[in-house]
Design a protein around this ligand. Structure first.
Ligand code: ADP
Ligand code: MG
Length: 720
């Protein structure tokens, strides 16, 4: 028996700290369990009361004559320790600590919490909480409502994990209004022992859970979380995971002068983690329910197995009895990453034979306001059969001829026969309620507004893309790790944490990055000589420890074509730098070969305390500052992730070639990202890195590093 089963489906349960006073948590939770119709045996524990809500009470858990599976503890921290000790002595398998006053209030609370966890770990007992709202399992053979909430939700196939207790009650209230059912409902509180990853594993294996929803405030695991959740969302027996994340800030990025540092806020890290794990992020509770409704949608396959209805493609057919909502749905379809399907000639002919002449036979199909159920049925049957259609949105507005219940039945008949998802939007509340209820009872997703339906369809489509993603063969690179290590340690031994330009380029070279011949000139004459050796055209750049962004200081000149231009540039650059910052020490001026043309991109690294290194990719130059068109992933990234990164920025179109410019070498970008990931994984001393720009040339011609900035971890810094 899984230890968490004892928490979700205990055969017997003791409420330690049950109270005789209505309104007190210890009273209300006990009564909620009692009134919820718990199918196991319930024991109140209270040393001062003979009975709680007419049920005989026991002074301590050890006085209970029978075996107890689960102890719910509702006591202040100091008393909770003793209660946990007793519960363990009595052989409980699980503990839920509802009370607050632990880690979240300070040092003393944290100490007690740690002590409790240590005791339970030693005894092999799992703990949920403290500082949580409890657990609910509405399934008919359990009916456990061990929570603050007087309302037991209906039984369903969606499970909900919440880090906030307060949000739980709101969600339950909302669910009641929608007649939305749950499989397991868990408030995890401080996550002293059981955390979201433990629960995700459990719910993944739970045959009664089809969709997992999480409300999250912070994560305490990074790479491990990604690896495991990826398996849950897309491995064998995949289950969709929907997350709603509050904007509370947790582990902050290193304060940094680099672009990556400035852009890589906590939200960027979470977005990266969710994307890498295949978790679907939603923005509101409303959306959470909308998506869960769509994802819970299953159909019996030919083999009698339930099959989740995810579309194979993004071509949607819309069937509506009103023009306006049809247009809204069309717009939302497009902005949700979907397309309106083009119908086959046979489909159009079938529609023509069933619909009045005023009807629109093309997508969106308008069956006209006076449509009864037969028109819906015939139109939907025709479009869903079309090979060019991956799913349908059915929109119904109540008109005098509309029969919402019969239309719902017709839709359900077709939905049962088809493996393609059919999402409905019955607009209104009163007039359409019988139809809505019928659809809900038959597991067909129904929404109040076309935009909700279209967005949910978009989420289904994105999930199907995640499930069906191709797995690319990995690159096999031979990096010169020893050379890289030598550069880094040399720098650290000199007490430097900022890697000079030349060292930076050499480090990148050791990882197979194409760099340009670059040398430092201390005088104008030297610059001319170097330029002669590397060949024109050249670029010149100021080198000064105080100047981070060289162009800002007038410290960069490009496209220099002659000795004279180089000599002049030297003087100008030094003068500009002096003007920009009179205190700046000028080391010299770099003379660098001018790179061939290319699209300017930025690649970066920033290291996070809990999650490790974060990689960034985006369009470089001014784009990064103005449009912030960048994407993040936690390292290590494989080629699949690298490809997704490259393709998910807005500016990907620019890389594909635009207005006659040739497509850029996108594959080489995938290589660059994997190389960078290798580098940061192998060298923990690298704190921050910006390559801006990395010039990406025409397809087949690779890329060139034109500028890099690398910061190392100071020797005395903690390994946190
Ligand atoms: P900074 O970012 O410190 O201002 P850069 O070295 O990135 O300085 O130079 C500024 C801009 O000059 C780059 O964004 C790029 O457009 C151009 N540039 C720099 N080096 C080269 C080069 N070797 N070849 C071509 N263009 C370059
Ligand atoms: Mg730059």
């Amino acid at each position: 028996m899984n230890r968490l089963d004892a928490i979700f489906a205990p055969a017997s349960l003791a409420v330690v700290g049950a109270s005789t006073t209505p309104g007190k948590v210890g009273h209300d939770i006990f009564v909620n369990i009692l009134k919820g119709g718990y199918t196991g045996t319930l024991y109140p524990v209270n040393p001062k009361a003979r009975s709680i809500a007419s049920v005989r009470a026991y002074p301590t858990i050890t006085d209970i004559p029978d075996e107890v599976d689960l102890a719910m503890i509702i006591l202040p921290p100091m008393l909770a320790v003793k209660a946990v000790e007793d519960a363990i002595a009595n052989g409980v398998k699980g503990i839920v600590i509802v009370s607050a006053g632990f880690r979240e209030v300070g040092e003393e609370g944290r100490r007690i919490e740690d002590q409790i966890v240590a005791m339970c770990r030693e005894a092999g007992v799992r703990v949920i909480g403290p500082n949580c709202l409890g657990v609910i399992n509405p399934k008919a053979d359990v009916r456990l409502n061990a929570s603050f909430s007087a309302r037991m939700p209906e039984s369903g196939n969606v499970s909900f994990i919440s880090q906030s207790g307060a949000l739980c009650t709101a969600v339950l209230d909302f669910a009641a209004d929608r007649e939305f059912g749950f499989s397991k409902f868990i408030s995890i509180g401080n996550k002293a022992d059981v955390d979201e990853l433990d629960l995700l594993r459990y719910l993944h294996a739970d045959p009664h859970t089809e969709v997992i929803m999480i409300y999250l405030e912070e994560l305490r695991r990074g790479p491990e979380f990604i690896e495991e959740v990826k398996e849950i969302t897309s491995g064998e027996n995949p289950k969709p995971v929907l997350v709603i994340k509050s904007g509370r800030t947790g582990a902050g990025a290193q304060a940094a002068a680099s672009h990556t540092g400035a852009l890589a806020g906590t939200e960027a890290v979470y977005d990266a983690i969710f994307q890498q794990a295949g978790i679907i992020r939603v923005d509101s509770i409303d959306e959470l329910f909308d998506y869960a409704t769509a994802f819970a949608y299953k159909n019996e396959s030919a083999l009698g197995k339930l099959r989740r209805k995810v579309p194979n493609g993004n071509r949607v057919a819309i069937v509506t009895n009103a023009g306006g909502p049809g247009i809204v749905a069309t717009d939302m379809t497009v902005s949700s990453g979907l397309r309106l399907a083009d119908f086959h000639q046979d489909t159009i002919e079938a529609l023509a034979s069933h619909l009045p002449s005023a009807a629109n036979l093309h997508n969106p199909v308008d069956v006209i306001g006076d449509a009864a159920q037969d028109r819906y049925e015939n139109a939907l049957a025709a479009v869903i059969r079309d090979e060019g259609v991956d799913g349908a949105l059915v929109i119904l507005t109540p008109q005098s001829m509309t029969n919402s219940l019969e239309t719902a039945k017709a839709i359900a008949r077709i939905a049962r026969r088809s493996s393609k998802p059919i999402l409905c939007c019955f607009m209104g509340i009163v007039d359409v309620s019988s139809g809505v209820k019928y659809l809900q009872a038959n597991g067909i997703p129904v929404f109040r507004f076309p935009e909700n339906a279209a967005k949910a369809f978009g989420a289904l489509y994105r999930y199907s893309q995640w499930l069906n993603r191709q797995v690319l063969a990995e690159f096999s690179f031979q990096h010169d790790v020893a050379a890289a290590e030598k550069i880094i340690s040399g720098c650290l031994q000199r007490g430097q944490t900022y890697l000079g330009e030349l060292d930076g380029l050499n480090l990148l070279k050791a990882y197979g990055f194409n760099t340009l011949p670059t040398h430092l000139a201390e005088t104008a004459d030297q610059a001319v000589q170097i330029a002669g050796e590397i060949g024109y055209p050249v670029v010149m750049k100021i080198v000064s420890p105080q100047i981070v962004h060289k162009s800002d200081a007038g410290g960069v000149k490009v496209g220099l074509n002659s000795d004279q231009a180089v000599a002049e540039a030297f003087e100008t650059i030094v003068a500009n730098a002096g003007q920009f910052d009179p205190g700046a020490e000028i080391t010299g001026v770099l003379v660098q070969k001018m790179a061939p043309r290319g699209v300017e991109t930025i690649l970066g690294i920033n290291r996070y305390p809990v999650f490790g290194p974060l990689l960034m990719f985006g369009l470089g130059g001014v784009f990064v500052e103005i449009f912030k068109d960048v994407i993040f992933r936690l390292a290590p990234v494989n080629r699949n992730s690298a490809r997704r990164m490259v393709r998910s920025i807005q500016g990907y179109k620019l890389l594909q070639g635009y207005r006659g410019s040739p497509p850029a070498d996108v594959r080489s970008l995938e290589e660059a990202l994997v190389k960078l990931s290798d580098m940061v994984t192998q060298h923990p001393d690298i704190m921050e890195l910006d390559i801006n720009p990395l010039l990406v040339h025409e397809a087949g011609s690779g890329f060139t590093v034109a500028d890099c900035r690398i910061v190392l971890k100071p020797v005395d810094m903690d390994d946190s």
